[in-house]
Design a binder for this molecule. Structure first.
Ligand code: ASP
Length: 419
């Protein structure tokens, strides 16, 4: 089944802008709309597990070619790795040039530490339980797929779905056909559900943004203004240079068509701060509006939503150097280069949920011997920067999907995507 086109770009944008205005005007008095936003996020998140499993299984089984799958996997991971390293490097260059940490007065620092020390302690505790690199790889193999489903462990679901899809091609057709038909049906139902849920997106986005802005204190924004600006400008530079250049160099895909096609997914990412929650919408627009084949979408996008976090790597690099500067620690070039690689690796381990980077930031900080409770310095504005880094994260996934589809001849012509 083809994804019908969504005609919601502009309604969602209006919801976003209205949310911003109402949040600014009504402040805390608008926070009552928050449950509408939460309901919307829960609705799209509800679809993630069955959609990823069914679409990837059907995609793998119909691809029927393990070699092709390996080739696509290799190219995808290489694209993710290179763009993440570039993102972390952009962040480091910017933070070294602007030095937002040197503007923070001792009073502001003391105030931030005091206000966020308890939250920071809770986050820092998580890091003690962080798995080793070997464990991260072993954890991709599920010991119980049903547990993977119930815990929304996307990497394990991807592993099981691909293994299932390949094995399906190795059993007799009379049995495989029945299973395949079932999952094709399930996939179609999930796609339809996304379309129905997306009709409520303008309200959901409005409620998310209005309640978020309403809850926020202006003071914290002002005290960390230059830090915020470095992360936001870094994200915008990455978004407007690395992806257009990748499309130009690696494909013949129109850059304006790319950006206008993925707008709905960017709006959802921006208002939800969750790559996982945005996944169903990203899959929909990539197939529908960019013309990427379902096989490529169902492989590249769930993988990307889990391991490809360009914006998060940029953010983690900037934050580590920012915190070091506030503490008066001078990081050597070698330490800064190691931050790029650690931020790249820790971005892989960052889950596609709000504030996940804060936990992984602790990994980066401990690598350069900065006390973990110092994350209190950046916690106050995390939700704001999360909106930007998540938007970059999902745009990177879509850009990679275009590249893979174009290199594999899996792009179809879409005539009018400005619905
Ligand atoms: N919220 C981000 C995402 O879902 C992860 C993070 O950087 O916190 O992509």
């Amino acid at each position: 089944m083809k994804f019908p086109r969504i005609k919601l770009h502009n309604q969602i944008l209006i919801g976003l802008i209205l949310g911003l205005i109402c949040g600014l005007i009504f402040g805390k008095n608008i926070v009552w709309v928050k449950p509408l936003g939460t309901a919307f996020i829960r609705l799209i998140t509800m679809v993630v597990v069955p959609l990823v499993f069914a679409s990837l299984l059907v995609g793998t089984a119909s691809l029927g070619d393990v070699k092709k799958l390996g080739r696509i996997g290799g190219k995808t991971l290489l694209f993710f790795a290179v763009t993440t390293i570039i993102a972390a490097s952009i962040g480091l260059v910017l933070v070294n040039v602007v030095e937002p940490g040197s503007n923070i007065s001792p009073e502001t620092k003391a105030l931030l530490m005091e206000s966020f020390k308890d939250q920071a302690a809770v986050k820092a505790e998580h890091i003690q339980k962080a798995p080793s690199v070997l464990e991260i790889f072993l954890n991709i193999i599920p010991s119980n797929p049903f547990a993977s489903f119930s815990e929304t462990n996307i990497l394990q679901i991807i592993f099981f779905a691909i293994f299932f899809g390949i094995t399906l091609t190795l059993i007799p057709n009379d049995k495989a056909g029945v299973i395949l038909k079932f999952f094709e049906g399930l996939n179609d139902v999930m796609i339809k559900m996304v379309l129905i849920i997306m009709k409520t997106a303008p309200i959901g986005v409005f409620a998310l943004i209005a309640s978020l802005i309403g809850e926020f204190g202006k003071g914290i924004i002002l005290s960390l203004f230059s830090f915020l600006m470095v992360v936001i400008v870094g994200c915008i530079i990455h978004l407007l240079t690395v992806y257009p250049l990748s499309l130009k160099i690696l494909t013949s895909f129109s850059i304006s068509k790319f950006f206008s096609g993925i707008r709905p997914a960017q709006y959802i990412a921006f208002s939800s701060s969750s790559s996982s929650a945005t996944l169903p919408v990203n899959m929909q627009v990539c197939e529908n509006d960019l013309g990427i084949s379902p096989q490529i979408c169902s492989f590249v996008l769930p993988l990307g939503a889990t391991v490809n976090m360009n914006g998060s790597a940029l953010y983690q690099g900037v934050s580590a150097v920012f915190i070091a500067t506030v503490l008066g620690i001078d990081l050597s070039i070698t330490q800064q280069i190691s931050i790029v690689f650690i931020a790249t690796l820790s971005a892989v381990g960052t889950a596609g949920v709000p504030a996940a980077s804060i936990i992984m930031l602790a990994v980066v900080l401990s690598a350069v011997n900065i006390p973990l409770d110092m994350i209190a310095l950046v916690l106050g504005v995390d939700r704001i920067v999360d909106m930007f880094r998540t938007t970059v994260n999902i745009t990177g996934d879509a850009c990679c999907a275009v590249y893979i589809a174009s290199s594999e001849g899996e792009l179809r012509e879409v005539k009018n995507n400005n619905q």
